[in-house]
Design a binder for this molecule. Structure first.
Ligand SMILES: Cc1ncc(COP(=O)(O)O)c(C=O)c1O
Length: 329
């Protein structure tokens, strides 16, 4: 077997930092502040936003995360995201700081970023100390918070709608689908598959032939008779955006735009016959899906309920005082 003759450098600490900075220069990122319980504070240099390789979050996927939004200097619906994070930690047997400590760290990391618009993603890890499976003896659980630019989508998604395909990848079993762990391999593969097919995203279908969710977003439908239908949350992620929209949508019933609102099993056949198909999530908000597996949804154009729900959500993000936390910049 041929053995390479080039030598491997053993790096000094200064060289490591220089290499980390060079990496970020080659590929700039919009990460503005990062809190790490392991570092014991916040860093604003993206080169220093690091986690030890032997943290079980990295090499075993034993970690969880969640993402909330900062809009106009306020954090929206953080309590709902913390509820889900705490449920995910419970399902994953991960230890967390107290809810008050987490909220405080998140708010203060947001302040350290100085940014009035962006995303907050936070993680809990099992901690470093071994390359085994169960956490190492004495492993210190980690808590991390990143303030970053967030995921953005083309404006045409809202003005013209987007196209999706049924993924060939199997949906996660319910326990893993309701837990927001860092195991997003099926979600990643679904999105890459969609890109390879020249469409915008994929949709998971469950074993019973009912609609599940998309890669990092929920889906919902407006049926021909004007009912807003959302899949049950027992085998998909409980989207904070969907849960809030299901409440806000009551206003559309009052305005006679919707006849009813249901959370129920939705067969693929029923879904394909819908008037509108919606993509819903913290990053995308509400976007109309106009084509699924090459066939139009409704008349193949963005519909009024997608627009009305997006407006209701935008208004809620601006004005729902009980759901907004002012960032103390
Ligand atoms: C798999 C999956 N489904 C749905 C959602 C939508 O959830 P949310 O509205 O809380 O962003 C997300 C995003 O967190 C997700 O990753």
């Amino acid at each position: 077997m041929a053995v390479t003759t080039s030598t491997l450098t053993t790096l000094t600490a200064d060289q490591v930092v220089a290499q980390l900075r060079a990496l970020r220069t080659r590929q700039p990122v919009k990460y503005w502040a990062f809190y790490s319980s392991q570092l014991g504070g916040v860093v604003t240099d993206p080169a220093l936003m690091i986690v030890p390789f032997d943290d079980h979050l990295v090499h075993r996927g034993h970690g969880i995360f969640d993402t909330a939004a900062i809009e106009a200097g306020k954090i929206y619906d953080l309590e709902a995201h913390l509820d889900r994070f705490i449920r995910s930690a419970h399902n994953s047997k991960l230890k967390l700081p107290t809810r008050d400590e987490m909220r405080d760290i998140i708010v203060r990391t947001a302040a350290a970023s100085g940014r009035r618009e962006g995303s907050i993603r936070y993680w809990a890890s099992a901690g470093p100390g071994s390359l085994g499976l169960a956490p190492a003896a004495g492993a210190e659980p980690g808590f991390f918070v990143m303030i970053f630019a967030g995921l953005s989508y083309p404006e045409t998604w809202y003005t013209q709608g987007l196209r999706v395909m049924t993924t060939t990848y199997p949906i996660k079993p319910p326990l893993y689908a309701v837990t927001k762990s860092v195991n997003y391999l099926p979600n990643v593969l679904m999105q890459m598959e969609a890109q390879e097919h020249g469409v915008d995203n994929g949709v998971f279908i469950d074993e019973a032939g009912n609609v599940g969710e998309s890669s990092n977003m929920n889906v919902a439908f407006v049926t021909a008779d004007g009912t807003l239908k959302h899949p049950k949350f027992d085998h998909i992620l409980s989207g904070c955006t969907s849960l809030r929209l299901l409440e806000l949508a009551a206003a559309l019933k009052t305005r006679n735009l919707l006849k009813g609102i249901e959370v129920c099993a939705i067969s693929v056949a029923e879904a394909r016959a819908a008037r509108e198909m919606l993509l819903i999530g913290s990053s995308v908000k509400v976007a109309p899906i106009v084509e699924w597996d090459g066939k139009p949804i409704g008349d193949g154009k963005p519909g009024p309920i997608a627009r009305a729900l997006r407006e209701l959500l935008q208004e809620d993000m601006r004005a729902a005082r009980d759901r907004l936390i002012e960032v103390p910049y």
